[in-house]
Design a binder for this molecule. Structure first.
Ligand SMILES: *Cc1c(COP(=O)(O)O)cnc(C)c1O
Length: 369
């Protein structure tokens, strides 16, 4: 039996038909951009995540750029970000004209290291920082990051592309952030049928700015108060997300159960499976195992030969990317991110993965050496 790394086709019974019918209706009404579906999605995002404002946009990368622009970040400003994240976090900083400085990650939770972050703030006096909630959990020091940045008037943008469904402080992790972002890319935990994103905040002034920037800097239809761009969400994506939402709890529960089973079973095989920090409820976005870099290629080859999909998230540190060279202003810390990149391997994890599939993966992990 082969097991894919991720299978996006396991829709609940009737889901595809319901969406097809919805597309038919939206098309007859030419409800193509914005409108009631987008508004409904934004209301759901506010309610479920305990935030005051949600602005839907075109994708998760745009959400980061809208957040940075709304926070007033631009040329001449320094922005801190973790050295282990998806490349889009770095791109967003560069695309608004600011100078990125990477901060190394903690070897326990694999998120940006808080003590190094404080050091980086003293050294670089950044205008803003990107705190990425990677792998479906978050830093054990989340509250310290938040209060430190408030104290120092640093705009803290929380890249929540991977953390829909994560809980911290007993509520949605998006709650209590200055600004946080979501990606609805299909492979994320709350996925659309294409690209989509959102920015969340409790600050009314920021929310207005974000909405305007993502709609050509509009104040009225043909009155432009600033230079933004078009980052509106289309109605089909919002409709797909609205129809998915009633199933989200079941998908989340399924992911979390599989993530936990890996955490229970893999140590018995001598595998190092990373656990989320205490106090953070993970969403089961990714399974994360760490290996001796010298041994990983043989494990990869074995899984490949047995038809078991896997991920390497991510194969390199941000500061090591060729595209970083021209823009990287600084790098704080050591080479933990690089070491994690050389060690990480992610096993199959997706909603409704079967017991038989799980057993198959585990069996081939047992024999991988
Ligand atoms: C997916 C992702 C993004 C980008 O989201 P898109 O919707 O693909 O533009 C940004 N940051 C992180 C951490 C991500 O995982």
């Amino acid at each position: 039996m082969t097991v894919p790394f991720i299978d996006l086709k396991r829709f609940e019974d009737g889901f595809v038909d319901t969406f097809t019918e919805k597309v038919r209706n939206l098309t007859s009404n030419t409800s193509f951009v914005g409108g009631a579906e987008v508004q409904k999605l934004e209301e759901t995002l506010c309610m479920e995540n305990n935030v005051r404002y949600a602005i839907a946009c075109a994708n998760g990368t745009d959400a980061l750029q809208l957040a940075l622009r709304a926070a007033g970040v631009g040329p001449g400003d320094t922005v801190l970000l973790p050295d282990l994240t998806f490349w889009a976090t770095f791109e967003a900083v560069v695309n608004v004209g600011a100078d990125p400085v990477t901060v190394d990650v903690s070897s326990t939770d694999l998120q940006m290291d808080y003590d190094l972050f404080v050091k980086a703030v003293e050294q670089y006096k950044p205008k803003a920082a990107m705190l990425v909630h990677l792998y479906g959990w978050a830093s054990a020091r989340l509250n310290d990051f938040r209060s430190f940045c408030l104290e120092r008037s640093i705009a803290l943008i929380e890249d929540g592309a991977q953390c829909y469904g994560v809980q911290a402080n007993g509520t949605s992790i998006y709650s209590g952030a200055q600004i946080s972002t979501i990606s609805f890319y299909p492979a994320k935990t709350f996925g659309a049928a294409g690209d989509g994103g959102a920015v969340l905040t409790d600050d009314e002034r920021l929310a207005e700015k974000i909405r305007s920037l993502g709609n050509h800097g509009r104040e009225q239809h043909y009155a432009h108060g600033s230079v933004g761009w078009n980052s509106r969400m289309d109605s089909f994506q919002a409709a797909f997300l609205n129809l998915s939402h009633p199933h989200f709890a079941a998908r989340l529960k399924s992911r979390q159960a599989i993530a936990r089973r890996y955490q229970e079973e893999l140590p018995k095989l001598g595998w190092n499976c990373v656990l989320p920090p205490a106090g953070i409820v993970e969403n089961g976005y990714l399974n994360v195992t760490l290996h001796d870099p010298a041994a990983r290629p043989a494990i990869e080859a074995h899984l490949k030969a047995k038809g078991i999909g896997f991920g390497i998230v991510y194969p390199g540190a941000v500061s090591d990317q060729k595209g970083a060279e021209a823009f990287l202003k600084g790098k704080v810390g050591g080479d933990v991110a690089r070491r994690i990149s050389a060690s990480v391997l992610n096993l199959p994890l997706f909603p409704y993965m079967t017991d038989a599939e799980f057993a198959e993966v585990l069996e081939h992990c047992r024999t991988a050496r």
